[in-house]
Design a protein around this ligand. Structure first.
Ligand SMILES: [Zn+2]
Ligand SMILES: [Zn+2]
Ligand SMILES: [Zn+2]
Length: 319
């Protein structure tokens, strides 16, 4: 077995052993090992895809053109830096290697959150990582690497992953079913609900304790992993930021309108521009167009009495 592949397998096996030790102090190690193992498997694929005389070019961050003895041009790896997650995504995309990126992104996000804000990881958090990893691994090992997951990872590791994932997925389904009992006022909340997780431990196993309430702001959420509760504003506020983070990032880097704006009523960055209302306090626009020039008005113009910034300024000056 190639060392890269062997390292990937032992990282995943070590992560599953960390989980099985049921020691909260090894939870973080479990998450780190599993994430590292998945990334190493991705790198193994890039290694296999690299042309034979290229010094494993696809694993290197930088590429350098080089002349073959026959005068033709090839690319070889330059420097010591290897690919990061974004490079792997870009290369897989151009080489048509498919990955369950949603699950993988959830895995990496949780790993990063844990590294930055927590010193231990609860069993439930590790279970969610194993469940996400299973979905990614199942498809990737079989399709991209051409191995049987059970043969590659060993029966013990694979069985544990399967068992943990099926229990976890069942719990997640139950929580999501409870969340869908809430009378959400607009379809845009589908995207938000998909990102709901516990503000205390980041577990997605969160359900409402009062889903039949008619006033969204009185919703209370219970985390079935850590047992703590959280209110509507904190839980949905976090989920809103998460749900539109990718769009906000694209708007920031490639230009275009950001999906969210600061709400003129509650002041939070939760006004969904396209839907025309605030996802937290439900405030909508009293004035949509300037009464003089017809320019579109946003939340920040609502205190201008139906005038755009310029015409409000002009009206104030003429007074
Ligand atoms: Zn929790
Ligand atoms: Zn608001
Ligand atoms: Zn105007």
């Amino acid at each position: 077995m190639n060392p890269l592949l062997a390292n990937a397998v032992s990282a995943i096996q070590a992560g599953v052993e960390d989980y099985e030790a049921s020691d909260p102090n090894r939870g973080l190690s479990a998450v780190r090992n599993i994430t590292a193992g998945v990334l190493l498997l991705f790198k193994e694929k890039l290694r296999r895809l690299s042309p034979p005389d290229s010094d494993e070019v696809l694993l290197k961050e930088r590429l350098r053109p080089s002349l073959r003895p026959d005068g033709s041009i090839t690319f070889v790896g330059a420097g010591r830096k290897t690919v990061d997650v974004q490079h792997i995504k870009d290369r897989f995309e151009s080489l048509h290697v498919s990955v369950e990126w949603d699950r993988f992104d959830a895995l990496v996000r949780l790993r990063n959150d844990l590294e930055h804000y927590y010193t231990t990881a609860s069993a439930a958090t590790v279970q969610s990582v194993l469940a996400d990893a299973l979905v990614v691994l199942q498809a990737f090992i079989a399709t991209a690497l051409g191995h049987e997951p059970l043969d590659l990872l060993g029966e013990k590791t694979w069985q544990t992953l399967l068992n943990v994932a099926s229990v976890y997925e069942k719990q997640l389904q139950d929580c999501r079913a409870e969340l869908s009992r809430i009378d959400w006022p607009h379809p845009i909340y589908d995207a938000v609900v998909a990102e709901v997780c516990c503000i205390h431990c980041r577990s997605p196993l969160v359900k409402p304790t009062n889903p039949e309430t008619s006033d969204l702001t009185t919703l209370e959420f219970l985390c079935t992993s850590c047992g703590k509760t959280s209110n509507f504003e904190d839980t949905i506020g976090d989920a809103i930021a998460e749900a539109f983070a990718a769009d906000a990032y694209i708007a920031m880097t490639d230009g275009g309108d950001p999906p969210l704006d600061y709400c003129h009523e509650c002041g939070e960055e939760s006004f969904h521009v396209e839907s025309g209302f605030c996802l937290l306090c439900q405030a909508s626009l009293s004035y949509e167009k300037c009464g003089v020039c017809g320019a579109a008005l946003g939340p920040e113009d609502q205190h201008g009495g139906g005038l755009c910034g310029y015409h409000k300024w002009q009206a104030d000056r003429d007074d």
